[in-house]
Design a protein around this ligand. Structure first.
Ligand SMILES: CCCCC/C=C\C/C=C\C/C=C\C/C=C\CCCC(=O)SCCNC(=O)CCNC(=O)[C@H](O)C(C)(C)COP(=O)(O)OP(=O)(O)OC[C@H]1O[C@@H](n2cnc3c(N)ncnc32)[C@H](O)[C@@H]1OP(=O)(O)O
Length: 265
């Protein structure tokens, strides 16, 4: 049996650098790695108060619980200095302009210039791909990841994707459904592939999966991540968990402040 078990390393507490999984994605020409400084949003309040950005290749949810690296389809960089400069004549109280200014700070200044609207019109796939490490303290069933940890990971990953493609305009989760297909081995490094299925008004419909190249049939070669065309969905048999959900664009971040006041928090 030539099954690749290298992804399941119970002793792994942080990302090996560079990990074989990360390497497989960087060799895939249909995806581009975005340093997660551009997407990382650990705490909106903290960030706002401190003005501190975050660096490093790994994303961790609290104390080393999840580590994440992100990729987007090649040629889908949303905005750069040039695009942002063209928006100088937009009034300052315009929400989209504020978002563009944020994006100017956070978006990578390289690659092809694509605005969100242009990209959508082109019918391109809006997706996010990456590797995620479930460290040992996410344990639920003995030897496996807790379903709540999987859910949190999905909510965060999809949230990051939605905010990325919406040029950082604030969205909240309306609903999220997880289908647990196969137990998630504790300490394993998994891949995820998420996409925006459609946008309707203020709603963004999303779907995707966390998948494991070695989760297919035992007599097959593992799934070829380096050669896979990520504009396609991942074959069902590799999915450990699948997700579908809807995110909703808020009129402004002030909505959250108003809710805090209303709740007397
Ligand atoms: C989280 C914001 C952060 C902002 C940060 C800014 C920039 C960020 C940049 C990067 C961020 C990076 C990462 C972020 C990572 C993760 C994101 C975390 C996401 C979360 O973890 S977030 C917490 C859980 N989330 C909630 O806490 C939502 C509570 N909720 C509400 O606050 C209201 O519900 C609201 C405002 C959403 C809508 O309320 P509303 O009054 O404005 O509008 P209304 O009620 O009319 O609903 C409008 C349409 O949604 C339909 N609808 C309503 N509820 C539904 C449901 N449950 N399922 C299906 N459809 C539903 C209605 O049927 C109607 O549909 P239709 O228009 O078709 O009739």
């Amino acid at each position: 049996m030539s099954r690749n078990r290298s992804l399941h390393n119970p002793n792994l507490t942080s990302f090996p650098n560079p990990s074989p999984e990360f390497g497989a994605l960087t060799r895939n020409s249909s995806v581009t790695f975005i340093p997660d400084t551009l997407l990382w949003w650990p705490s909106y309040s903290y960030r706002k108060e401190s003005g501190i950005g975050f660096s490093g290749e790994d994303f961790f949810y609290r104390d080393g619980k999840f580590g994440v690296r992100y990729f987007v389809p090649t040629g889908c960089v949303l905005v750069n200095e040039e695009t942002a400069a063209k928006s100088e004549d937009i009034p300052d109280d315009d929400m989209e302009y504020k978002i563009l200014k944020m994006a100017k700070v956070f978006a990578p200044n390289k690659g092809k210039v694509e605005t969100l609207r242009r990209f959508v019109e082109d019918g391109g796939v809006r997706s996010l791909t990456g590797v995620i490490h479930f460290a040992n303290d996410t344990e639920g069933p003995p030897g496996f990841v807790h379903g709540g940890a999987t859910f949190t990971a999905f909510d965060q990953l999809v949230g990051v994707m939605v905010h990325y493609y919406a040029l950082h305009s604030p969205h909240m989760t309306l609903n999220l459904t997880i289908h647990y297909r196969k137990p998630m081995p504790l300490g394993s490094v998994q891949f995820f592939h998420l996409r925006i299925a459609k946008t309707e008004g203020r709603k963004m419909y999303v779907d995707g999966c966390i998948f494991d190249p070695s989760a297919g049939d035992a007599d097959e070669e593992p799934f070829d991540v380096a050669g896979w065309d990520f504009s396609q969905t991942i074959p069902e048999k590799y999915a450990r968990a699948k997700v579908e959900g809807v995110f909703y664009r808020l009129a402004g971040i002030e909505y959250l402040e108003q809710n805090r006041k209303d709740s007397r928090l």
